[in-house]
Design a protein. Structure first.
Length: 495
């Protein structure tokens, strides 16, 4: 590949490209070095290399870019990595500034002085970008999978920073055009209208419950065999059949001992001062499509405000419920419950505080952690949770414990799912497991980057990845914004 050089010189030895810091061709560059390919990349291409960060600083690759006239003229896209804070960042660059429009950013564990693979695929406006930091992962998800419309053509380039990185194995390959989006075999986020999703897989059918923010007096449910084609929603619960006074939200359905139980949050009627309280209640049914009705017409706790209400049934049959309580912000609590004849009874001597907001990403707009969806994996309990206010940088992380009631240790590199420049408000996640054992995360997003409502439901695959530290990490392929192949095999759809 023939290069145009900006800033410090670059030398090649044994196939490794290294910046000659101190040998500055442009005094304003201050040891920064960039190489741009002299020829434009094809319209559809795969750009691949390995990068090694040798010191603190930011470095990476450009694509669909222009920059032969100097640093201040660079325009295009840049994938940059920074070992100091383990950040992988995708930016739209105008006038040379990599930080003027961040389209997406994630944190992942990687180190200096180790080689990591970068791969950028562009097919039309569809971009899929990998940074393989989990070295034991054989089939990594893209770190970004979205649509980029700003720059239709351009060159590719290497950003050495101020000597922070070295590169090797640089290749550029032409790809075919992106296939036509086939709505019968692919899905594309957002998938369907709704907020606060909950997903239940039962006897070959997926039941997707949601909050209808346009009519919060009831709950509805979509059904699907393949997660691509959805039946019109069915009303499964009317507020008059349960406890509460309108604003019914966050339905969560699970099966135990011949019955389907639904937990949900609602409000009390206004008191003499006009104030209302929000609490978690329940209903039950013999069918996943209801009708769900309450046998007690009472909340689980009349003396505490609670929202959410995510169930977890352990291998020994014991059932737990995670809820959110308020203490100058939102905190996740949980307790064991007894289920009997359609009635949920909290075992109050097990009430435990699990998580409080402590990290910067959990405190945007307000101090919030909420959700608390538990998955058991290799004898450990992984709890997915949302952080920050839904109007702010709403995102998803996880924590790990040896018991459903903790203590939980937050993943150091949270969040694992966060908003991009095109998809906002990604949170309130739940999961389902397919017949062949794969995991799928469901979550909701805002209507647009500037409007919250109406919210829409998305889904993307997720998995556990083995790491060198010895504990598996929960990883999500999302939020995706390009057409994705369906995840449900035909054999499962026909069951």
């Amino acid at each position: 590949m023939e290069w145009i050089q900006l800033g410090a010189g670059v030398t090649e030895k044994d196939g490794v490209l290294t910046a000659d810091t101190g040998n500055v061709l442009f005094s304003a560059a201050q040891d920064r070095a960039v190489l741009f390919s002299r020829d434009r990349a094809p319209a559809n291409f795969a750009f691949e290399c390995e990068i090694r960060l040798v010191r603190d600083g930011e470095a990476g690759v450009y694509f669909r870019a222009e920059g032969e006239n100097g640093f201040s003229w660079i325009a295009g896209y840049c994938l940059s990595v920074n070992a100091a804070d383990c950040t992988v960042k995708l930016s739209k660059v105008n006038g040379g500034d990599r930080n003027n429009s961040v389209l997406g950013s994630m944190r992942y564990p990687f180190e200096k002085n180790r080689w990591y693979k970068i791969r950028v695929e562009m097919q039309g406006s569809f971009a899929r970008i990998w940074f393989n930091n989990f070295l034991k992962e054989t089939d990594p998800y893209p770190k970004f999978d979205l649509e980029l419309r700003h720059f239709p053509r351009g060159t590719v380039g290497l950003e050495f920073g101020e000597g922070a990185a070295e590169f090797r194995g640089v290749t550029l390959t032409e790809l075919e055009e992106a296939p036509v989006y086939d709505r019968d075999s692919c899905y594309r986020n957002p998938v369907i209208y709704g907020a606060d999703p909950d997903i239940l897989y039962w006897n070959g059918t997926y039941y997707l419950y949601f909050t209808d923010t346009q009519d919060m007096s009831l709950f509805q449910c979509y059904t699907s065999k393949d997660l691509i084609h959805w039946a019109e929603p069915t009303v499964v619960f009317h507020g008059t059949d349960g406890w509460g006074d309108n604003e019914y939200m966050s339905p969560n359905v699970f099966y135990k001992d011949g019955l389907f139980y639904m937990t949900y949050a609602s409000h009390t009627a206004p008191d003499e001062t006009g104030r209302r309280r929000v609490q978690v209640a329940f209903a039950s049914s013999t069918s996943p499509l209801g009708p769900f009705r309450s046998k007690t017409m009472k909340p689980l706790h009349e003396d505490f405000q609670e929202i959410c209400g995510h169930p977890f049934v352990d291998d020994d049959g014991r059932t737990y419920l995670s809820v959110v309580r308020f203490n100058k912000g939102n905190e996740i609590w949980a307790y064991e419950v007894k289920l009997e004849d359609g009635i949920i009874t909290p075992l109050d001597d097990t009430i435990t505080k699990l998580l409080v907001p402590t990290e910067e990403w959990e405190c945007d707009y307000a101090r919030i952690v909420e959700g608390g969806v538990i998955i058991k994996h290799k004898g450990l309990y992984y709890m997915m949770y949302a952080g920050s206010h839904y109007k702010g940088s709403y995102a998803e992380g996880f924590a790990v414990a040896e018991h459903p009631l903790g203590p939980y240790r937050k993943y150091r590199y949270n969040p694992i799912l966060r908003s991009t420049g095109f998809t906002r408000g990604t949170g309130d996640s739940v999961y389902t497991k397919t017949a062949d054992g794969r995991y799928i995360m469901f979550y909701h997003q805002h209507f647009s980057p500037t409007e919250i409502s109406p919210r829409y439901i998305c889904y993307d695959p997720m998995k556990f990845v083995e790491t060198e530290e010895g504990i598996d990490v929960l990883v999500v392929h999302g939020p995706t914004g390009t057409p994705q192949k369906g995840l449900i095999p035909k054999t499962e759809q026909e069951t």
